[in-house]
Ligand binder design. Sequence first.
Ligand code: SF4
Ligand code: SF4
Length: 517
Amino acid sequence: MNVRSQISMLFHLDKCIGCHTCSIACKNIWTDRKGAEYMWWNNVETKPGTGYPTKWENQDIYKGGWKRKENENISLRGSGKYKGLLNIFHNPYLPLLEDYYEPWTYKYLDLIESPQGDDQPTARPVSLITGKSIDIKTGPNWDDDLSGTPEYARHDPNIKNLSPAEQEAMFQLEKMAMFYLPRICNHCLNPACVASCPSGAIYKRGEDGVVLINQQVCRAWRMCVTACPYKKSYYNWSTGKSEKCILCYPRLEAGLAPACMHSCVGRIRYLGVLLYDADKIQEAASAPDDELIDRQLDLILDPFDEKVIQYAKENGVADSTIAAAQTSPVYKFVKVWGLGLPLHSEFRTLPMLFYVPPLLPVMASLNDTDNSEQSGKLDPIAKFWNRDSLYDTSTNALWGTIEQARFPIKYMANMFGVVNEGVIKNVLRKQLAVRLHRRSVTVGDINKTLVEDALSEVSLKPDDADDIYKLTSLATFDDRFNIPPAHREQALEMLENTSDTKGATGFGFKEKPVRGL
Ligand code: SF4
Ligand code: SF4
């Protein structure tokens, strides 16, 4: 067992209100400068939607992440050593500026400096890159709240295996369902960005797992931009270096929360330590699709287990880090309660940020799933179903609202379950059981046997349900933010010389660090 520690974030998607405060906080601190105007290290997308950069989840376009080969090994999909060499002067898989957007500002001075005239002065948009006037065609949150519109939701890569009927159920404008998806770099355990860098400029810090780009070593190959399937590595056209989310490590080292978390209005973010077994990374990353999530979660170790503690100490993990892992809110959500899932595990980078899928308000459900019959009834121009009996709002079974959700489970399974709907149903059932339990406690109008059945079916006890409720709804900042003091002495010793390990995924330190600087 090779025990290492990682600072990890969990996003509770039911709580996100899509206010973008997190994005603005990050922008103001880190990317409000030349060459970084178009970068949003933290962005918040509306789902269903195409996201930023557009259709980033479609690896047929961008060739990000890893793919499993027939011999069960994995290789970078679009930016390995030889593929990189072939694309060295022209990389066809890089997102273009129009896939992000051309950043702009307005000529505000025109509002106050225009000569007096008959017309109202206007502040015209100008490109932040060229300084010339532009017609704004798109932006990083252009599809905000536009779930169901033809241009955005209908081009979401996650709807690919939904039947026409299921898609239309999501898109009916008056009954539209959507949720917000905040995204930052996942500080992965098998980071494709690290593996793809020909210069060895990207590394994963040993003491907390933060993935960073050494600006002095970066040579602008931009292989990391292609390799990251989440498109969270960006190229700065002014400095000629790539950049990415740094998990606000200077703030973490000072005991402060990352700016996105600190400013989060919905209090949806939780930050804590996870201990994991680095010996199992390769096995987990190359597991068959249907085992990917389980194998990734198996990597995360029980911080109370004596053996884990012993191996952690032997590896130089500080006592304070182990103590933080034992009280980590992320550990509770992900391992103890089984509510947190990684985003798009099938990209095989082993993302170390987790999401609680949203238990959306269930308004209605679709009762007719004969695809061929229904696709014939789809109006190709107006894009609506010319039949009004498609929705069934009955919920005759305990889990009826989940099983017949109008927002298809299949869609969320494409995002968080590697197409396995059972994984999503299990998480949603747990959340619903907690709601039933709390309703029974506070209002008392639900049959007690029903509540007991609901809890036992998802292997939760009333105390568990109360704990989940407290950490979800009543948690203080200290409950949500729980990291150990920074250990700079480890930070220095745990660094690898990444130029010695080019092509490796940089799991941080490989030797036990020498103590006592
Ligand atoms: S591959 Fe993972 S660690 Fe690397 S930039 Fe993308 S999300 Fe971050
Ligand atoms: S600040 Fe929090 S609630 Fe607002 S969009 Fe960001 S993650 Fe969601």
